[in-house]
Design a protein around this ligand. Structure first.
Ligand SMILES: NC(=O)C1=CN([C@@H]2O[C@H](COP(=O)(O)OP(=O)(O)OC[C@H]3O[C@@H](n4cnc5c(N)ncnc54)[C@H](O)[C@@H]3O)[C@@H](O)[C@H]2O)C=CC1
Ligand SMILES: O=C1[C@H](O)[C@H](O)[C@@H](O)[C@H](O)[C@H]1O
Length: 334
């Protein structure tokens, strides 16, 4: 039984604690940590775990064999480095860190330690819909991909959510999954700012249209609209030389009543991607004893952050910004 310590007991942290406690085979949560002690105490009731307010003490706990980092992205780097030093396996929710520089610190520390410890929580790769799109693309039946049209829509976000977060907290999912889908690398980034919705605030341009171009010339547009109000609406269509592949939407019934036809749109990621989280976390637990990481690594986290940095720069400049990876992929990750 893998004994897990969870850092961060907010929305995603509690969701993972419930998952590890009630659904995942082969793991149990033995410790939880949050800077807000009350949050940690509430979360500990789910799994009867020890409570910490200092994440480094949780990592040092001898009973904790593996660590889940589910604090905000800006707080990931320190526990990642501490867990690497302690030689403990880590599942780190996306983003690995909010800048490429911080991600590179983690990559360098993991390579120097010589042990494969870090998995990054890019769970869209485990989603059935994205996997079906990838299977169709890899079949070769539709020719080469030319364009991708995507949306990442939230019903609403809090007032602490700002313009750069649309990249490193939200679009980071598309940044990782889309180059994986088309098996290509990114070359340049641009951000177009449409008229701002009345539901936004002074620190947030919402919606945003993010444009990515890959080295093979595939052009990707991602509409990020985090106050769309109507639901949590994730779409992805790949237009190829011999056809177009659209990711299926969640299967809900179509209801005919009172001369109206209606169906359901999810309202958050916890429902929309419930199965993907389950598959991702069960796979991480099942493979916790293996020498290498089978899922997205710290290097994937760094690559995503390099593109995120370029998109954040493009938000400011309004120009097409190059996406340049400073270092070659270490043999450690090959
Ligand atoms: N894979 C996915 O689809 C999703 C991933 N996430 C990721 O999960 C992480 C947490 O997101 P949410 O739960 O939505 O945030 P949240 O704001 O609801 O919760 C964060 C929690 O971490 C605590 N915290 C802050 N600094 C901390 C520290 N240094 N040590 C321990 N706890 C600390 C806060 O007190 C809060 O309880 C983020 O990295 C986010 O990107 C969130 C939602 C969906
Ligand atoms: O990871 C997530 C969620 O999956 C939502 O899709 C994003 O919009 C949110 O900002 C982020 O935390």
């Amino acid at each position: 039984m893998l004994k897990v310590g969870v850092i961060g007991c907010g929305g995603m942290g509690r969701d993972h604690i419930k998952r590890l406690t009630n659904k995942i085979q082969g793991a149990e949560v033995v410790a939880v940590s949050d800077v807000m002690e009350e949050s940690a105490k509430e979360a500990a009731k789910i799994c009867n775990a020890r409570v910490y307010t200092n994440e480094l003490e949780l990592i040092a706990d001898p009973e904790v064999e593996a660590v889940f980092i589910v604090s905000p992205g800006f707080a990931h780097t320190e526990p990642l480095l501490a867990a690497i030093e302690a030689g403990k396996r880590v599942f780190c929710e996306k983003p690995l860190a909010t800048t490429a520089a911080d991600c590179l610190k983690v990559v360098n520390a993991e390579v120097a330690a010589g042990k494969h410890l870090i998995q990054t929580g890019f769970m869209r790769r485990y989603d059935k819909g994205y996997m079906q799109v990838k299977e169709a693309l890899d079949s070769g039946n539709y020719g080469e991909p030319l364009m991708l049209h995507c949306t990442h829509r939230n019903p609403e976000v809090g007032t602490n959510y700002n313009t750069p977060m649309a990249v490193h907290d939200t679009a980071i999912h598309e940044i990782d999954v889309l180059h994986w889908l088309v098996d290509d690398e990114y070359e340049s980034a641009q951000v177009i700012m449409p008229r701002i919705t009345k539901y936004s605030h002074s620190e947030l341009n919402d919606p945003q249209i993010m444009l990515l171009r890959t080295k093979k010339g595939v052009c990707i547009d991602v509409e990020v609209f985090v106050n769309c109000k109507f639901g949590y609406d994730i779409n992805c269509e790949v237009v190829c030389e011999d056809g177009a592949i659209k990711m299926p939407e969640p299967a809900y019934p179509y209801i005919r009543k009172d001369a109206r036809l209606s169906t359901t749109i999810d309202t958050d990621c916890f429902v929309r991607f419930k199965d993907a989280y389950d598959v991702e976390v069960q796979d991480w637990v099942d493979k916790a004893g293996e020498e290498v990481i089978s899922g997205p690594t710290a290097w994937d986290g760094y690559l995503a952050a390099v593109t995120a940095d370029a998109l954040v720069k493009a938000q400011e400049s309004g120009k097409i910004e190059p996406i340049i990876t400073e270092v070659e992929k270490p043999d450690f990750y090959k």
